[in-house]
Design a protein around this ligand. Structure first.
Ligand code: C2E
Ligand code: MG
Ligand code: MG
Ligand code: MG
Length: 301
């Protein structure tokens, strides 16, 4: 069809390309503004220990309150920004903000909780990342073991040598490395022994298919067993139902995360949510079946 349409088609193609480039350039300068004007914030999703239902910490999910476009989810802007030179600065903001939150949690008496941040490959492989993180930790005096860095399998595939060096440096600093969306990349199991990760997050696709699909269930069960046997922490993400939660708990999954447990909480709501739910005892549920979500009816963020 492209050939038959001739010149017009190429022109169309060209304009689509330049449109894309324009969007990228525009978004990059908007992201610059966003950092200057505090338009980024975290939505914090609780993670709970599945054996005793206690809160262990939060995953920090980036949100952008854009002056014209409203609230933008990371799935919209990260894939575009990821390929800009500016994106490392967004990563610096994420690291700085997470460390600040950890300092706040400690002040509020929740110093045992962890914050997990997500870094894209370009942010993780950036030479300035480690020294910046080291400064942030030294200046804040937070316990580095409360900070977790989530990376996807695919970020680890690229430039493996350098990724390994950086992963080792994180470990030396006492920061935990988590493999996100485990099972969706193309990497082999061998990196489980090469990468010094302490936490493995099973992708929500497997969790959600688990009860209907026998193959998914076997994959989840075997993965949990493997990770447990390796002495690593296994997290299940995307838990949306009580039966998924219950099945995962029986399979000895360590930590759970998902809408059924709690939706992400806006930063501004964090302290009140912590107080409210600790008061109600929701973070520490009775160990028989859980009847209700830990946090209900939050607006979807
Ligand atoms: P992720 O790291 O795998 O984060 C989990 C995503 O699943 C989040 O989407 C979360 O809101 C969503 N989620 C949590 N529980 C459930 C559930 O029960 N069901 C379903 N259907 N979804 C659930 P979100 O916040 O839109 O983030 C999407 C992705 O964007 C993240 O996937 C992560 O890869 C990336 N991301 C988020 N924040 C950052 C960041 O600060 N930096 C970078 N580089 N990437 C980020
Ligand atoms: Mg993640
Ligand atoms: Mg994930
Ligand atoms: Mg995911």
């Amino acid at each position: 069809a492209a050939k038959r349409a001739g010149g017009n088609c190429y022109r169309l193609f060209d304009s689509a390309m330049s449109q894309q480039a324009l969007t990228k350039v525009a978004l990059e300068s908007e992201a610059r503004e966003a950092l200057l004007n505090n338009q980024f914030f975290f939505a914090l999703q609780p993670q709970v220990s599945m054996q005793d239902d206690a809160l262990t910490g939060f995953e920090a999910l980036l949100r952008w309150r854009h002056p014209d476009k409203g609230l933008i989810a990371p799935g919209t802007f990260i894939p575009v920004l990821e390929h800009t030179a500016f994106f490392v600065h967004v990563g610096y903001w994420v690291m700085e903000h997470a460390v600040g939150l950890l300092a706040m949690l400690r002040e509020w008496g929740y110093g045992h909780l962890t914050i997990a941040i997500n870094l894209s490959a370009s942010q993780f492989l950036d030479k300035a990342m480690i020294p910046r993180l080291r400064d942030l930790i030294n200046d804040s005096g937070i316990d580095p073991s409360r900070l977790e860095v989530e990376l996807t399998e695919s970020s680890l595939l690229h430039e493996t040598e350098q990724a390994l060096v950086i992963a080792d440096e994180l470990k030396l600093m006492g920061i935990k490395l988590a493999i996100d969306d485990f099972g969706t990349g193309y990497s082999s199991l061998s990196y489980l022994r090469n990468i010094p990760a302490e936490v493995i997050k099973i992708d929500r696709g497997f969790v959600q298919g688990m009860l209907e699909n026998e193959a998914d269930r076997h994959i989840v069960a075997a993965t949990i067993e493997l990770i447990n046997n390796l002495g690593l922490t296994v997290v299940a993400e995307g838990i949306e139902t009580a039966s998924q939660y219950d099945t995962l708990r029986r399979l000895n999954c360590d930590v759970g995360q998902g809408f059924w447990i709690a939706k992400p909480i806006a930063e501004t709501e964090l302290l009140s949510a912590l107080r409210q739910h600790c008061e109600k005892g929701y973070w520490k549920l009775p160990s028989d079946h859980i009847q209700r979500p830990l946090i209900g009816n939050q607006p979807k963020m």
